[in-house]
Design a protein around this ligand. Structure first.
Ligand SMILES: NC(=O)c1ccc[n+]([C@@H]2O[C@H](COP(=O)([O-])OP(=O)(O)OC[C@H]3O[C@@H](n4cnc5c(N)ncnc54)[C@H](OP(=O)(O)O)[C@@H]3O)[C@@H](O)[C@H]2O)c1
Length: 280
């Protein structure tokens, strides 16, 4: 198990499923966990669970679909001179109907991918990530059949929730590869992981049919602890830069994800979408 020595780990999507379980395991190993969640009540509930194993954790409230809120929490982290050893970009959802965020960006693209690009970019810019820190991006097997719809990233035409989800998870993977290259000079490693098919609340953003959809996922999926263990395994592995893990095994990701031209195109598009220049 990775040595904690009072190290700090930031996890997005800490209020449920895989993120919550990961936070509990890391806190039990002595990490100071800084969770990120959007609803105060859900954050308090999760913090209570984490505090049962260790009381050196906190949760910052931030709706990741709101770029202003992301900027505010990164400022807070900078002000408090928090040095982050592990960053786990885990939050996500499946949106079967096309909805837009505050910035008029399609929600799947915004929450699952762009928010993490911005959060990580700001933490790097502010020197909040320590040298030798590790970044784990939670992707999915759903990336395999996906492509990036560069001409219409927000699917203004022909929206399909599963297609948008696959695209966002592919983007997480492609961005991980580019980020690993860019952060080499800081000795920050970046890997991504498919945590398994896990019974969680992943389909909660879909109105009255959400409980039924989540029930289906819970029937076919394994428990959240399994997903968390797969993330922890990626952290523990010595081979954890520029790698893609399918559960506990390093595998080759899709051909599309490995295309460097597309990776560069995605990077430029992300900066444009966010009106933000990544600077390391
Ligand atoms: N479950 C699977 O089979 C599976 C398979 C492959 C990959 N994954 C990936 O695993 C990650 C974790 O998902 P999960 O299965 O554990 O689902 P989950 O139980 O629904 O957890 C998702 C987390 O993301 C948070 N979140 C969603 N929208 C947010 C927003 N706008 N601002 C801040 N936080 C937000 C949720 O917060 P709330 O509690 O407020 O809703 C929740 O804490 C996701 O990236 C997912 O794509 C899951």
């Amino acid at each position: 198990m990775i040595k904690s020595n009072g190290k700090t780990c930031v996890i997005t999507g800490v209020t449920s499923g895989i993120g919550e379980q990961t936070a509990i395991i890391l806190a039990s190993k002595g990490f100071n966990v800084i969770g990120i969640g959007r609803y105060k009540k859900r954050c308090e509930k999760t913090l209570k669970k984490i505090n049962r194993v260790s009381d050196s954790s906190q949760i910052l409230i931030c709706d990741l679909s709101d770029q202003t809120q992301i900027k505010l929490i990164t400022e807070k982290i900078k002000k408090e001179a928090i040095s982050i050893d592990i960053l786990i970009n885990n939050a996500g959802g499946i949106f079967l109907k096309r909805i837009l965020d505050k910035q008029n960006i399609e929600m799947t693209w915004s929450v699952n991918y762009l928010s993490h690009f911005l959060l990580t970019g700001l933490l790097v810019k502010n020197n909040s990530l320590s040298n030798n820190s590790k970044i784990i991006n939670v992707s999915s097997i759903a990336h395999e059949k996906a492509t990036i719809n560069f001409e219409d990233i927000s699917f203004t035409k022909g929206y399909n929730g599963m297609k948008a989800y696959g695209q966002s998870k592919l983007a997480m993977l492609m961005w991980s590869y580019s980020l690993a290259n860019k952060l080499q000079n800081k000795k920050i490693s970046v890997s991504s992981v498919h945590p398994g098919i896990i019974g969680t609340r992943l389909l909660s953003n879909n109105g009255f049919i959400s409980p039924l959809l989540n029930l289906g996922l819970n029937i076919v999926g394994r428990n959240a602890k399994w997903g968390a263990e797969n993330i922890i395994n990626t952290l523990n592995s010595t081979d954890n830069n520029h790698c893609y893990y399918h559960e506990k095994k390093i595998v080759e990701s899709s051909q599309f994800s490995n295309n460097i031209k597309y990776q560069d195109q995605l990077w430029k598009l992300s900066e444009k979408n966010l009106n933000f220049t990544f600077n390391n």
